[in-house]
Design a protein. Structure first.
Length: 163
């Protein structure tokens, strides 16, 4: 049975596609790509059908990740097929939990940086959209740091399913 993870930010052109690409690479490195499906979406639909921001693509590709992406808007109906919905900031967390049809679905929503043991206090991944390339680099660092803990958590859940 496939374990499904969806990363969500505002427009699905910066943070969530970055998290999707990084986590998909971590899943593949761990040999779990046949067991874990990774995708992303935005809380809003204004970028639907657009590629990722060129700065996101540049940072991803510079660090050896896939930059191919098409934006889409998260739909409440997806909760039933997802195991984990990863919000990139507390605003997304609140919006997704409000959108969740059931309390069980709302419990699937987590903040990405909650999986980063080095994160202190503020668990939001700042939106790099209105800044320069340094914001995109910082975003990638935060995503990479949290991805290790997230992979560990997903692996534990997969092992729990098998037991």
């Amino acid at each position: 049975m496939t374990y499904r993870v969806c990363f969500v930010c505002t427009g699905n052109i910066c943070r969530s596609p970055m998290a999707e690409s990084v986590f998909r690479a971590r899943v593949a490195e761990a040999g779990l790509d046949s067991e874990v499906e990774v995708d992303s979406a935005g809380t809003g639909g204004w970028h639907e059908g657009d590629p990722a921001d060129p700065r996101t693509v540049a940072v991803l590709e510079e660090h050896g990740y896939d930059g191919d992406h098409v934006a889409r808007q998260f739909q409440a109906s997806w909760f039933s097929r997802l195991d984990l919905v990863i919000a990139l900031d507390s605003g997304h967390l609140k919006a997704l939990r409000r959108l969740a049809p059931t309390e069980q679905d709302a419990a699937k929503v987590r903040l990405l940086r909650s999986y980063d043991p080095t994160a202190d206090g503020d668990l939001d991944v700042p939106d790099p959209y209105y800044g320069g390339m340094d914001g995109f680099e910082e975003c990638l660092e935060m995503v990479e740091s949290a991805s290790t803990g997230l992979l560990h958590a997903v692996r534990e859940r997969l092992e729990g399913r098998a037991a």
